[in-house]
Design a protein around this ligand. Structure first.
Ligand code: GLA
Length: 631
């Protein structure tokens, strides 16, 4: 309902929406990150999962050459990234970083200094890109947690402070303007593990850093400080890369509520702790990103960590698992970073990494991370809407037993009476069904298809089909919470010591596609919605309009609301101008239709506002929200 007539009667709300610092005031422009070069998820190779910190130039260049010779580079795997282990020390007093030239001989310059320029020149000449690694604190992960790692920095305490802290401008300038890197991964161990009580500090080996991250609790994390530090790196990267050709990889392992804010400054951001080459940890990492499709899109992607295809549970003897890992990462639009010693690659593994249809799914230009269409601990069905309008669909059997799964037209938002063609993305073979199809899944198998059918919404897109074009600029979360719906495997480095894995990654209560912010079915006033956006009150969503004429939805307070003290009013803006608003709706009220003419509008903003702020805002529903051609 385009309720312009109601505007006068709600003057206080309208006035509130004009307050200069009110985050719910429409901006009229997209506010998620557009800096750096990540219109598509980056692809490449990283030394860590293959070699740990025992990395050198010979291993790196051999891997780079295999990327070229195997054809993987031509398929998109272009970044060659050095992880932990490259540094020797920070020179004093000038603070210039020194490379471990014993491991990287081409870095030794005739004047006695070191430079990665010869190495990056060679990679660039091969048509590849080069990535480097650092830490946001003074010290690296190896120094803080695993001092038996190979290639630890050497020298005095100050010389061993190889991280970016206090040197952001100097280091970023050196790595990008001087050495010519194209990507940096910035870890966070140096701001996490060095309290004054740490034996490495009390012994005088490392300087204390009062921790601002605690992975166990957001309550003991200084989110604003962490954000500010990473923000300073983002700004330095923009400064020293005037051509904008760089990737900022944030590695905070899901801590510090990073899933809520990395989209505003990073190009890729880790959503969990390190992956290990076993099924359970792969599921953990997958789960840490799978409920966050609205927080990813062109410019900034969720990073469930690098691929472990080729190793352990994903090696040549476990091709079912290797294919599942690869398929799930493609459904998530994850960066595809090979973490494997390619010198050992078998043809079958190269086929898993190089399947052009799976790569195309990951790299689809619409940038829509898959949305869960069916969820359980045993089987999940993920659907992503492609730029072509077709769907990618993956059905994953998380269990160690065979299982039958029914894929329905509803899962795909396709009409139930018209035939649906499924193209198996591994083999390219076609099959078709009408209504529903039972699929047989082997243990740990993921079936993955492109699906073509008759769209239920023929002249438009549901908003939950276009998460890559939506930015939850303000998601309404006032008190960040840890997400409980993540598989909790045994941490390999901890065993069953301690009390186990507790929910630990912030993001719970964030905006969701086809679900409430807390993972429930959308419903308002007793009416269920099978599609829509679930978000908290006190939120502002930015939606890129791609030429549609009308926005429409049914809005209301979600039936799972608990506070219920504040009515919610819904507003639709187009390029900063108010186009429509609802009446205030209270708990239990029937959902209200709202619609707006968005012809010619570039950016739609959807605001849900309460008269008073509350500590724990209630979930609201933009039910059946869609952009249509309509009249
Ligand atoms: C952290 C990161 C890993 C890797 C290591 C290097 O654990 O999460 O990806 O970079 O540090 O020490």
């Amino acid at each position: 309902m385009a309720a312009f007539g109601l505007l006068a009667s709600a003057a206080p709300l309208a006035a509130q929406s004009q307050a200069p610092h009110d985050p719910l005031t429409p901006r009229g422009h997209w506010s998620a990150n557009t800096r750096g070069r990540a219109a598509l998820p980056p692809m490449g190779w990283n030394s860590w999962n293959a070699f740990n910190s025992d990395i050198d130039e010979a291993k790196l260049m051999a891997s780079a050459q295999i990327l070229i010779d195997s054809g993987l580079a031509a398929k998109g795997y272009r970044y060659v990234d050095i992880d932990d282990g490259w540094w020797l020390r920070r020179d004093q007093p000038d603070g210039r970083m020194v490379i471990r030239a014993k491991s990287f001989p081409s870095a030794a310059m005739p004047d006695g200094t070191t430079s990665f320029r010869p190495l990056t020149d060679r990679l660039h000449a091969m048509g590849l890109k080069a990535g480097i690694y650092s830490d946001i604190g003074r010290n690296s992960c190896g120094q803080v947690y695993t001092s038996d790692f190979a290639n630890q920095p050497e020298g005095s305490v100050a010389e061993r402070e190889v991280g970016l802290y206090g040197h952001v401008d100097q280091d970023i300038r050196l790595y990008f303007a001087d050495w010519g890197f194209d990507l940096i991964k910035v870890d966070g161990c140096g701001i996490r593990g060095l309290p004054v009580t740490n034996p490495k500090v009390t012994s005088g080996y490392l300087r204390a850093f009062d921790p601002i991250i605690d992975l166990e609790t957001l309550g003991r994390t200084d989110i604003a400080k962490v954000k500010a530090l990473y923000g300073s790196v983002a700004d330095a990267l923009a400064r020293y890369n005037p051509d904008g050709d760089y990737i900022f990889s944030i590695c905070l392992w899901g801590s510090a509520d990073v899933r809520a804010w990395a989209k505003d400054m990073g190009n890729i951001s880790r959503t969990s702790e390190d992956i290990s080459p076993n099924w359970s940890r792969m599921l953990h990492n997958f789960d840490s990103a799978v409920r966050r499709p609205l927080y990813a899109g062109p410019g900034s992607w969720n990073d469930p960590d690098m691929l472990f295809v080729g190793t352990g549970a994903f090696d040549a003897d476990h091709l079912t698992e290797a294919r599942s890992h690869m398929a799930l990462w493609a459904m998530l639009n994850a960066p595809l970073m090979i973490g494997y010693d390619l010198r050992k690659a078998t043809p079958a593994l190269l086929e898993v990494l190089g399947n052009p249809r799976i790569i195309a799914l990951d790299q689809d230009p619409a940038g829509n991370q898959a949305v869960l269409a069916y969820d359980s601990d045993d089987v999940q069905i993920l659907v992503k809407t492609l730029a072509s309008g077709e769907k990618g669909v993956a059905i994953v059997n998380r269990t160690a037993a065979p299982v039958d799964a029914q894929l329905t037209a509803d899962h795909l938002k396709y009409a139930g009476k018209a035939p649906i063609t499924l193209t198996d993305l591994w083999t390219g073979s076609d099959d078709s069904f009408t209504g529903e199809k039972t699929l047989h899944l082997a243990p740990h198998q993921t079936l993955i298809f492109a699906a073509k059918g008759t769209r239920r919404l023929s002249d438009g897109l549901f908003l939950s089909e276009m998460p890559g074009s939506i930015n939850p600029a303000v998601d309404g979360v006032v008190v960040p919470e840890d997400e409980p719906l993540i598989h909790r495997g045994i941490l390999p480095w901890q065993g069953t010591r301690g009390t186990g894995q507790h929910p630990r990654y912030g993001g719970w209560g964030g905006a969701e596609a086809d679900a409430t912010p807390f993972g429930k079915m959308l419903g308002s006033g007793g009416h269920d919605f099978h599609t829509g956006i679930g978000v908290l009150a006190g939120s502002r969503l930015e939606v890129r309009n791609k030429g549609y004429a009308r926005f429409q939805a049914q809005v209301g307070m979600d039936d799972s609301a608990r506070d219920r003290s504040q009515p919610v009013t819904f507003f639709v803006y187009g390029d900063g101008r108010l186009l429509a608003r609802s009446k205030p709706v209270a708990f239990g009220d029937a959902p209200q239709p709202i619609s707006a003419n968005v012809r010619g509008v570039k950016l739609i903003e959807l605001v849900a506002r309460t008269p008073e702020a509350v500590r724990f805002p209630d979930p609201v529903v933009w039910g059946d929200a869609a952009l249509v051609q309509g009249k």
